[in-house]
Ligand binder design. Structure first.
Ligand SMILES: *Cc1c(COP(=O)(O)O)cnc(C)c1O
Length: 339
């Protein structure tokens, strides 16, 4: 199989597995897992933030962050394509009893003017209080697009002036750092809280981190416990995270190279109406309306190529470590031969 459905399909490599089994572990609910403590401290230091907490998934780190920032009845501002709004099971309503104000913007990104225009008047008791802005970087449904720091600064100025929190869903922030040359500190300085995934392009089997101030992470641990996300000897998983932070970030450049190869082949195919600009490892494209999507999918399937339909005609390829350059070449040839 050539699995282009998601970078979540990456499996731990032998040397990561070795690091996992060698981990020193303890009961993390008692704060006694040295490997988890080490991973949390390492991540906090990378971002120049005070503290971090290890969680089973990026959905949980986002949901904990939103719960920690808000009280019921407030409003969370995010992009209409965002993961927190579309792909977390209605978690904002379920966990935080907040309402969502989804906004439009290019390629999954919010813009300062749109955010400013969406803020409720804090003195108007008819309105839900605007409390939190969530940005996503890279954008998922937006096609792996990256924010530039100026746009973030524009939004940051608004949240600071109005006293709102600013959370980053950085599930694939690593890809943005590699594509743009930005640093973790650039983000640590700008956000009140940041969620990052270890289980996507970085290749860990499980795990995400939530970063923030000491007080924020202290509160977040109460929520993690309530959600059942406090684990015991999970240092085996944290060891994979430490290994990934040390060895797998630079490697993402290869995934971006693979994505460019796929994008080029798609652009040259008479079957494809549109390929969105590729900045990282996500390729979103549309099959021409007068062509059959079934036929296109069957041609790919016959070569063992799997991908995802994102709705509204959007098809998605995601490149990652477990699809080799050779396999990418097979996909390129398959697209070429698709008459
Ligand atoms: C994958 C992803 C998450 C978290 O997903 P989990 O599967 O819960 O780890 C969050 N945000 C974005 C943008 C993602 O792509």
């Amino acid at each position: 199989m050539i699995d282009l459905r998601s970078d979540t399909f990456t499996k731990p490599l032998p040397n990561m597995q070795k690091a996992m089994w060698a981990a020193e572990v303890g009961d993390d609910v008692f704060g006694e897992d040295p490997t988890i403590n080490k991973l949390e401290a390492k991540a906090a230091e990378m971002f120049g933030m005070e503290a971090a907490v290890f969680c089973p998934s990026g959905t949980m780190t986002n949901q904990i962050a939103i719960k920690t920032h808000t009280v019921p009845g407030q409003e969370v501002i995010c992009h209409e394509y965002s993961h927190v709004y579309n792909y977390e099971g209605g978690g904002i309503a379920f966990n935080s009893s907040c309402q969502v104000r989804p906004l439009a913007g290019p390629r999954g990104k919010l813009e300062p003017d749109t955010v400013a225009a969406a803020l409720q008047n804090p003195l108007d008791h008819h309105a839900a209080t605007s409390r939190l802005v969530v940005l996503e970087n890279t954008t998922n449904k937006g096609g792996g697009a990256c924010y530039d720091l100026e746009a973030i600064d524009g939004i940051r100025a608004i949240t600071q002036e109005k006293g709102l929190g600013l959370h980053l869903d950085g599930a694939r922030l690593w890809n943005a750092l590699i594509a743009t040359g930005q640093t973790p500190e650039d983000y640590g300085q700008r956000f009140d809280s940041i969620s990052v995934c270890l289980s996507k392009g970085l290749g860990c089997p499980v795990g995400s981190l939530l970063l923030g101030s000491k007080d924020f992470i202290h509160q977040a641990r109460f929520i993690r416990k309530k959600l059942g996300g406090a684990m015991r000897q999970a240092g085996y998983l944290a060891a994979a995270g430490i290994f990934a932070l040390d060895h797998h970030i630079e490697r993402l450049a290869e995934d971006h190279e693979k994505a460019q190869m796929l994008a080029k082949a798609l652009e040259e195919s008479p079957w494809i109406a549109k390929v969105e600009p590729v900045e990282t490892n996500i390729i979103i494209f549309n099959v021409k309306e007068d062509r059959s999507i079934e036929e296109f999918n069957n041609a790919l399937r016959s070569k063992g190529v799997l991908h995802i339909d994102m709705g509204q005609g959007k098809q998605r390829f995601v490149s990652h470590h477990d699809v080799s350059f050779e396999q990418i070449q097979t996909v390129v040839e398959t697209l070429k031969n698709l008459a």
